[in-house]
Design a protein around this ligand. Sequence first.
Ligand SMILES: C[S@@+](CC[C@H](N)C(=O)[O-])C[C@H]1O[C@@H](n2cnc3c(N)ncnc32)[C@H](O)[C@@H]1O
Length: 287
Amino acid sequence: MHDDFDCRANEFWNDFYTIHENRFFKDRHWLFTEFPELAPKCGLNQESHPEGSGKDGGLLGGLDQEQSRDAAALLHTDGDFPGSSATYRILEVGCGVGNTVFPILKTNNDAGLFVYCCDFSSTAVELVKSNPEYDPERCFAFVHDMSDEEASHPVPDGTLDVIVLIFVLSALHPDKMQASISRLARLLKPGGVMLLRDYGRYDMAQLRFKKGRCLSDNFYVRGDGTRVYFFTQDELHEMFAEAGLEKVQNLVDRRLQVNRGKQLTMYRVWIQCKYRKPLVQPPEAQG
Ligand SMILES: C[S@@+](CC[C@H](N)C(=O)[O-])C[C@H]1O[C@@H](n2cnc3c(N)ncnc32)[C@H](O)[C@@H]1O
């Protein structure tokens, strides 16, 4: 049965989105205060083109015409990809119905911005694409399972400025988390950041699970078949460090949440992390 939750994980999330459509997880007032990297002109790793224009960013200055053509051809051998001419690329993994993507598109009008978003629930991706705010000129939504190491991405390695993981890593089987983070880290440019917000250990949601719902240490299955893990800061730090990323932030956000409708007071524990890919890669990570 445990294997079933893993093999059919995307089906459980499809069912979830079929039932709830886009009525879920709306409250994102903290998005730009906690993650200014998503806001306009944050300056993080923005490419500038001081010498000449074009995708080479001035790299080809000083070469004669023929050399420039050859070098440009080499630079573009991967061919074009969605958002290839953008100067600031954000990918959200596990985007659900777009509670992060649409606020970014609305708030961040930087001309060089391109936003990618993926989810392994095809129902969620369809809901994103059918949203009137979905703009294929500035956004590319696709179905993708982040725990599938063989799955390809629509962008080459080393091309993303920001990867966002909001309450998605916790949905993976713990055995698949490290490889998934390491694979995503390869997509970041040097200096690019991975941003995470997720459930922390002993969050009220964890304490409210009944015994029979526990699949393994700190990993539970909800009544609808979706799963959730509750992290410590150290676990997340080790995972990002193993992926070759450096800590910028790793904090616990503890809050008292009052749900007046249900007359519930919940002690919430969330963890928020920012980890950066070093500008200079250690030799074993190169090539
Ligand atoms: C708790 S929801 C969060 C959705 C969204 N990030 C938000 O905050 O509104 C978890 C999301 O992760 C997606 N997900 C779970 N496992 C995934 C995987 N292996 N690959 C891609 N998406 C996954 C689910 O389909 C779901 O949309």
